[in-house]
Design a protein around this ligand. Sequence first.
Ligand code: SF4
Length: 331
Amino acid sequence: MTLPQLQEVAAGCGMPAFAAKQMAQWLYEKRVTTIDGMTNLSLKARRRLAESYCIGRTAPKAEARSADGTAKYLFDGAGGRDIEAVYIPDRERATLCVSSQAGCKMNCHFCMTGKQGFHGNLSANAIINQMLSIPESQSLTNIVFMGMGEPMDNLNAVLTAVDILTAPWGLAWSPKRITVSSIGKITELRTLLDTTKVHIAISIHSPFPSERAQLMPVERAYPITDVLELLRGYDFSHQRRLSMEYIVWKGLNDDLRHADALARLLRGLDSRVNLIRFHAIPGVELKSTSETAMTAFRDRLNELGITATIRASRGEDIMAACGMLAGKSRD
Ligand code: SF4
């Protein structure tokens, strides 16, 4: 809950207005797991609270650990389906990739979550819970909304979670530590851009509309050219970062023709391109490109003035591709 929501709870339970701030401090700073643990609230207030509310912290129900330190956690999601969060330590950084939906409606061809269909939106609590209930919670430095689901398709819960993460009464994180990824639902993306300062990542995957539409049906409703036009209206030169996610598939989008078209598409936009290796998923014929082609693609983009880097692949031994642990658990 946000502070205004806690104020409503306090009023509804006959508690003084300042109790809302006390509750926020217990929840987000001291991270209590029981209402009884909020010891500066009167016993009567705690009893009253416990009649209608709980803390809502749920431990992961399963986990898989990679030899490289990456850990994947499984949680109850929505609609009877599980969701995943992935912990990725990397030198001084410790990133958690969180899910925003159980399944997804967007049906991207390359995505295990998309193959599972949509089963429900996560509440803000279920999103924040992924961060607060893992063993590495206190050491996290970054959060990326790149797990299961399209964050813009569950915007209210994502905005509430970002509010809790960044507000002084909440976890008080800088928005620079948070990245929200999207395939580009324009109206919701505009709201996210206008109401938060988080970094933005856009999934592109092909510079050619017809090819992109094959990979991502959303292209037909929200063409990438419209998404980029929207983004051109915002400042990504400092404070806020814009990145473009590009999975590089063998023989599909890994040649220099694609690199040149991508550079043309992004010209004038303050952004960087993350080139991503593909984790194979069952029933999909796509294959990750070779190291040579990936490097040539990156170098071509860099020559054309587009900052591009190859993202390190993590947790291959625990099936790090989004949605695979949840799918396996269901099987
Ligand atoms: S890639 Fe993202 S938007 Fe597309 S189906 Fe998977 S979870 Fe949904």
